[in-house]
Design a binder for this molecule. Structure first.
Ligand SMILES: Nc1ncnc2c1ncn2[C@@H]1O[C@H](COP(=O)(O)OP(=O)(O)OP(=O)(O)O)[C@@H](O)[C@H]1O
Ligand SMILES: [Mg+2]
Length: 498
């Protein structure tokens, strides 16, 4: 062994049941405290965990961040090979290890204070060491998202942190965002977390139905539906059958907002007419809808604004106002999730609805009138865009910066991280990143995730569907995870053209 004897720790390691985890190489060259190179003598892969003995602290966990085959094959020799001649090639595989560390007496994750030795054997890491150093305990606590890539080790994230410190699920289209968000929602429901899910495509009501999970045994997953914990609301219950109507109290609407939605300028004359009509109806009827205002304006001969009436007629057709709107405490119900199915609702109405809902939830949460909750938003780039402004831009920013103080978490799900307001994205402390290829999106992710190694950053655009980099929420560092199968039906499957 190149003149270096086995340390005691290594002898223990080699004589116990861990022998099956073989030696994969020997360190060489300049050896540091946070990274080192080894010459691979066995087949190892990028991302694999290895363990190396350190003279002072014993076993330390590392991860292969880069691997390459170095050879003496020059262009000239390659040309000879091309011409059919025999050429001897001297090559060797060199792996670069990022040192993760060890747990000290107090259980804190640390890296050694002085370098490893050159010539030290490197082994594939034992699962117990991986668990210990990465803090992946064998408990059922937390949100079970999947398994550490290449290992039979479950990765659970801290539910409170996910719910309170905001979450982002980022991936290009078709990479498994909605599927993974579904996995998180299942875990949240299991743990009685209160949720509101903003669902522009109507793909989350499938959480009510038990699915047919592939590899269920391997992942320890049963088919299960969460119908009893879900309520679906929609401004379009005619399209979204089974959903309860989502309506807003017309009386509580601000006059300027009404004129905005009617597509009218905020002219003083309109505001006055509207205000007069609303005041009269409030005295006469208490509750009233758009239709009542129209009828009153039509009957008023002195103040008959045809333009205003026309605008209000359009608003009436949108059917989102009523004398009595949906109660927020029906939507935010302890230990349950409400799906706000916005399928069939035009984009400007979606942002209006989301704005009203989010503002009410935030205000009521501040006054502790509703339970702590997390609001998940699919296609978040439409609700808090980086460029331009939509109706709900401000409330998203407010929730992102102040929500956690009041027990209101935010979940950003998007295929265009670069198009989401940076102020919102940077507040998400838990990140789930699936495959992303757009260079601007990759930059946005790199800026918002701490502790990702160079190798991991390179990995993002090569991740296969269903694999994710998880960061935050109780994890000591970003981990590559195979997302577990869904217990419920997958609602986001692509529609086959042929
Ligand atoms: N962890 C997984 N295990 C098994 N299948 C998966 C997994 N993740 C994703 N898939 C498959 O990939 C398909 C696409 O995933 P999904 O609908 O979640 O993508 P998406 O990122 O939300 O796409 P879009 O941007 O179009 O909404 C799913 O229908 C599912 O079949
Ligand atoms: Mg989706």
């Amino acid at each position: 062994m190149d003149g270096i004897s086995l340390t005691e720790a290594e002898e223990d390691f080699q004589t116990e049941e861990t022998q099956s985890y073989g030696r994969v190489g020997v360190t060489f060259g300049d050896v540091g405290t946070t990274s080192l190179d080894f010459n691979a003598s066995a087949s190892v892969n990028k991302g694999e965990y290895v363990q190396i003995s350190h003279p002072d602290v014993g076993w330390v966990l590392g991860q292969i961040d880069k691997i390459e085959r170095q050879s003496d094959l020059s262009v000239e020799k390659a040309r000879e090979l091309n011409e059919g001649n025999d050429v001897e090639i001297d090559d060797t595989v060199v792996a670069e290890v990022n040192i993760i560390g060890f747990r000290d007496d107090k259980g804190l994750l640390r890296v050694p204070g002085n370098p490893f030795r050159a010539g030290e054997p490197v082994y594939l890491a034992e699962e117990d060491l991986i668990r210990e150093v990465l803090g992946l305990k064998k408990t059922k606590e937390g949100a079970y998202i999947g398994k550490l890539r290449g290992h039979d080790i479950k990765v659970n994230m801290n539910i409170n942190t996910i719910a309170q410190k905001h979450l982002s699920v980022l991936a290009k289209t078709g990479s498994g965002k909605s599927y993974t968000a579904g996995v998180i929602i299942e875990e949240m429901l299991k743990n009685d977390v209160t949720m509101v899910i903003l669902d522009p495509h109507g793909e989350y009501n499938s959480l009510a139905k038990p699915g047919d999970p592939p590899n269920s045994e391997e992942f320890d997953i049963d088919s299960k539906g969460y119908g009893e914990k879900l309520t679906e609301f929609s401004p379009n219950p005619e399209i979204n059958k089974g959903a309860q109507p989502l309506r807003f109290t017309f009386r509580n609407m601000d006059n300027k907002e009404i004129l905005d939605m009617c597509g009218l300028n905020k002219r003083r004359s309109y505001i006055n007419s509207l205000e007069n009509a609303k005041s009269k109806l409030a005295v006469k009827k208490g509750e009233f809808g758009v239709k009542d205002v129209i009828n009153l304006l039509k009957s008023n001969e002195e103040d008959n604004s045809t333009t205003l009436v026309k605008g209000l007629e359009k608003l009436k057709d949108k059917k989102i106002f009523a004398g009595k709107g949906t109660r927020i405490d029906d939507i935010v119900s302890e230990g349950r999730a409400s799906i706000i199915n916005l399928k069939g609702t035009p984009p400007d109405m979606q942002t209006f609805i989301v704005d009203k809902l989010a503002k009410s939830i935030f205000e009521l949460r501040k006054r502790d009138k509703i339970p702590p909750l997390i609001m998940l938003a699919e296609e978040s780039h439409n609700f808090c865009p980086q460029r331009g402004k939509v109706t709900c831009s401000n409330i998203f920013k407010t929730i992102a910066s102040e929500g956690r103080k009041f027990g209101l978490g935010l979940g950003i799900i998007t295929q265009r991280p670069a198009k989401v307001d940076k102020n919102v994205l940077s507040q998400c402390n838990t990140q789930i990143i699936l495959k992303v290829t757009n260079p601007n999106d990759l930059k946005a992710i790199e800026k918002s995730v701490e502790g990702m190694t160079k190798g991991m950053k390179e990995e993002i655009n090569r991740l296969p569907v269903g694999e994710a980099i998880l960061s935050g929420a109780g994890l000591s560092e970003p981990l590559l995870v195979q997302v577990r199968p869904r217990e419920t039906q997958d609602g986001g499957e692509s529609i086959k053209v042929i």
